[in-house]
Design a protein around this ligand. Structure first.
Ligand SMILES: NC(=O)c1ccc[n+]([C@@H]2O[C@H](COP(=O)([O-])OP(=O)(O)OC[C@H]3O[C@@H](n4cnc5c(N)ncnc54)[C@H](OP(=O)(O)O)[C@@H]3O)[C@@H](O)[C@H]2O)c1
Length: 356
């Protein structure tokens, strides 16, 4: 098994480790990681690794962290009755060729990962959905959008149930996929929405017509006056102050992301999507929540023709994408998908390994 790891004290330090694969013991299933998406969301997981227990999902040696990513896994060898080799699932994986999980409550649609080191983590992170048997080529965009659009969806749901559901909204990191998803849902409800982004991305974001108005971070003075809700996906305290000073009478401030690297308020639980998703699931039931979510996601994805799939191969490709996203060198149009599937010839060779 090969695994991409980062230094927990310094995210610029990375390594790829190798280890022998042990066959699964009773209760365990060995999965092959097929492909996963990577975006600023995963960097935020790393920044919050200690405080929100993201490092506990896939434990590594002391000082090292395995960043959780959302993707497809395939059962390679199983010691759980009813979980057969070849089955595919979607959920959190490490940036590694393989992962050993302890599937519990395996049903027709999902299973729950029951390893002791994951006890107490949100069910949003511990539940895996069984997936269609073969990897269709057309769902790459969804591999990237599905996890981050949850923030868009559940934020819109939160904003819609407030006393003033139509209050204008200002969104920072307007070029992020989570922000663009939120802008789409707000616009659908007729809510005026202004996007704030880096100066170099204003033209790109404006051309998407997702926002009523798009301004650079250096143009806060041009924000329309009046009461507005600020959804801060950049998680930038100085920017929030500047906006507050300009507006004079700020409305609600929802800190929902940390793309600019300051994650303390997020760690303090400003807007934790998994919590609200769980609350909604209790109220509506998972099937209804999933149905509404899926409908919203699909309609957003259909219109997201600006999204360009960037396919990368192997852990070397994963390392390159990681560095690009960490240093903000990735174009906002990019949906990065990393494919770890071995080539057909390598697959044939694997048949001779004891685990095959
Ligand atoms: N609260 C929750 O529960 C929850 C749930 C899901 C996601 N999120 C958060 O939502 C945020 C957006 O995630 P995403 O996957 O949608 O992002 P994304 O599409 O990868 O966002 C890319 C954009 O983020 C900004 N950015 C990225 N890296 C940066 C860096 N190193 N320095 C400065 N700016 C950088 C830039 O936007 P600008 O130039 O426009 O600033 C960039 O265009 C993440 O912080 C994620 O953790 C939160």
């Amino acid at each position: 098994m090969r695994s991409f790891e980062v230094g927990r004290a310094d995210l610029n330090v990375t390594r790829v480790t190798g280890a022998e694969l042990d066959p699964p013991r009773p209760g365990e299933v060995l999965f092959e990681v097929e492909r996963f998406g990577f975006s600023a969301n995963n960097i935020t997981y790393a920044l919050l690794g200690d405080r929100l227990r993201y490092w506990d999902l896939f434990p590594a040696e002391p000082g090292w962290g395995r960043i959780p990513v959302w993707g497809y896994l395939r059962v390679l060898a199983s010691a759980v009755p009813g979980v057969d080799a070849g089955r595919r699932a979607f959920g959190l994986c490490p940036m590694a060729t393989h992962v050993l999980l302890r599937p519990e409550r395996a049903g027709r649609a999902t299973f729950t990962e029951g390893s002791a080191h994951r006890a107490g983590l949100s069910s949003v992170y511990n539940v895996y959905a069984w997936a269609h048997p073969g990897p269709p080529d057309d769902d790459d965009a969804l591999v990237v959008l599905r996890p981050v659009f949850w923030l868009s969806f559940i934020l819109d749901d939160y904003l819609a149930q407030r006393a003033e559901p139509d209050q204008p909204v200002i969104v920072t990191s307007a070029s992020s996929k989570a922000a663009l998803g939120l802008a789409y849902l707000l616009a659908r409800r007729g809510v005026p929405v202004t996007g704030l982004t880096s100066a170099g991305r204003v033209a790109f974001v404006a051309a998407l017509s997702a926002y009523d108005r798009v301004l650079g971070y250096d143009q806060v003075g041009s924000l329309p006056a009046g009461l507005a809700t600020l959804v801060d996906i950049a998680g930038d305290a100085a920017l929030r102050d500047a906006i507050g000073q300009h507006l004079g009478r700020p409305g609600e401030v929802v800190i929902a992301g940390g793309t600019h690297g300051e994650v303390e308020p997020l760690a303090a639980g400003s807007f934790f999507a998994p919590q609200r998703i769980r609350d909604r699931a209790r109220e509506w039931g998972w099937p209804e929540l999933e149905r509404r979510y899926q409908a919203a996601l699909e309609s957003f994805a259909v219109g997201a023709s600006w999204l360009e799939i960037h396919r990368h191969h192997g852990l070397d490709g994963a390392a390159r994408v990681y560095r690009e996203v960490l240093t903000d060198a990735s174009p906002p149009t990019a949906a990065h998908v990393i494919d770890l599937t071995p080539s057909a010839s390598a697959k044939k060779r694997r048949l001779h390994l004891p685990l095959a």
